[in-house]
Design a binder for this molecule. Structure first.
Ligand SMILES: [Zn+2]
Ligand SMILES: [Zn+2]
Length: 390
């Protein structure tokens, strides 16, 4: 079975919603217009609507026909990015410096399309929670919703999320069981030495010399501590020191972005960074203070729910377009917080074709509207398969 016919008929409508959202991008936790539109549409289709969860998050509750107590959560993210759009089409962003460059406008329209169809047909027995979350782009909106009691107030047997993927052919479903995206942490290492005259280095404790060795030692974590077939990244992205050419400074600061495939690797990398900082400090007679911040955990798909999502996708896009072994991405995604709190699955929906090939976060990116019906059909089939009528 390809795309659901009734959903395909709403293509123009979904496209209009998506393009309207694209014209009015809103950043992390500022998605007030978007959330209001989502809430208004869900209400108009008869859903029970809860607003202000995790600041600007919205949950729509739809009960099917029958008495089943089973539940499903489906999530879309709503936020845009602080960047200037370089497209010139009619639906380009109307707000300078803000742009839907990650396709969250599309994710929101897809989930609205699924909600409209399921509210009209009610061909399921159980409860669907439509979760529209804020602040995916670095704001931790998924975490905010979970901390605001998302799964206590709206329990879900499984929770599902999708992301468009311009790197994969249009209409392909790409998933894997276990880790699919990495954790993302930051480390800021402040080195305090003893400054002085460049001509008399023996009277100083040079923080630049310590910083260079720290940089080099950090490279050995991935090369010599993380297993060869495991995945981690330690990228030192900032190294700041010094004010004058004849001055050995008092301080130097290194900052790093850290990615890991699993919680165990994440723990290992963090503990090695701590040990290396202590070792370099002792070697150079400097003080190193480490500010290590755990930001997003890795996105880990549960096996059963991954099979469930794939089963729905097979019916919509066919076996030949379902890839169960997509490579892990070292980027991050705050759906991870939902998967820590509830079993579920996160997958990539391919969007690449002759006109849609820019990567997400590119200034000429635009969500490929041709997959709106595909995404909404996958959500609809997932609900109908998992919450069948008796
Ligand atoms: Zn993004
Ligand atoms: Zn995104």
């Amino acid at each position: 079975m390809p795309v659901n016919n009734r959903i395909a008929e709403t293509h123009e409508e979904m496209q209009a919603w998506r393009r309207d959202l694209h014209q009015h991008p809103e950043l992390c936790f500022e998605e007030r217009r978007t959330a209001a539109i989502v809430a208004e549409k869900l209400r108009s289709w008869g859903l029970e609507v809860h607003e202000g969860i995790g600041v600007t998050g919205v949950v729509g509750v739809l009960k099917g026909q029958g008495t089943s107590s089973r539940t499903i959560g489906i999530r879309a993210d709503m936020d845009a990015l602080p960047m200037q759009e370089e497209n010139e089409f009619a639906h380009k962003s109307t707000i300078d410096g803000k742009m839907h460059a990650c396709g969250h406008d599309g994710h929101t329209a897809i989930l609205l399309g699924a909600a409209k169809y399921l509210a009209e047909t009610l061909n399921f027995d159980g409860t669907v929670h439509f979760i529209f979350q804020p602040a995916e782009e670095g704001g931790g909106g998924g975490d905010a919703m979970v901390k605001d009691g998302l799964f206590d107030r709206f329990p879900c047997d499984g929770v599902y999320g999708l992301h468009n993927q311009p790197g994969m052919p249009r209409g392909t479903f790409n998933v894997r069981t276990g880790p699919i995206m990495a954790s993302a942490d930051t480390a800021v290492m402040k080195i305090r030495g003893k400054g002085g005259h460049a001509a008399y280095p023996h009277l100083t404790n040079d923080p630049i010399a310590a910083g260079v060795q720290l940089y080099t030692a950090l490279q050995t974590i991935v090369a010599r501590n993380v297993g060869p077939v495991d995945n981690a990244v330690v990228s030192v992205t900032q190294f700041q020191a010094g004010t004058g050419i004849n001055i050995i400074p008092q301080e130097a600061t290194l900052s790093a972005s850290i990615r890991a495939m699993t919680a165990q690797i994440r723990d290992l990398v963090e503990s090695r960074i701590r040990e290396i900082c202590a070792g370099v400090a002792a070697t150079h007679g400097v003080e190193i203070t480490l500010d290590y911040q755990r930001r997003y955990p890795s996105v880990v798909n549960h096996e059963k729910e991954t099979q469930i999502a794939a089963r729905a996708a097979v019916e919509v896009v066919g076996h030949e377009n379902v890839n169960m072994d997509t490579p892990i991405r070292m980027g991050s995604e705050d759906f991870a917080f939902m998967l820590e709190a509830c079993p579920g699955c996160y997958f990539f929906l391919g969007t690449n074709d002759e006109t849609h090939f820019h990567a997400v976060h590119h200034p000429e990116f635009d969500f490929n509207d041709e997959v709106l019906s595909i995404g909404a059909s996958i959500w609809a089939r997932l609900v109908e398969q998992q919450l069948p009528r008796q």
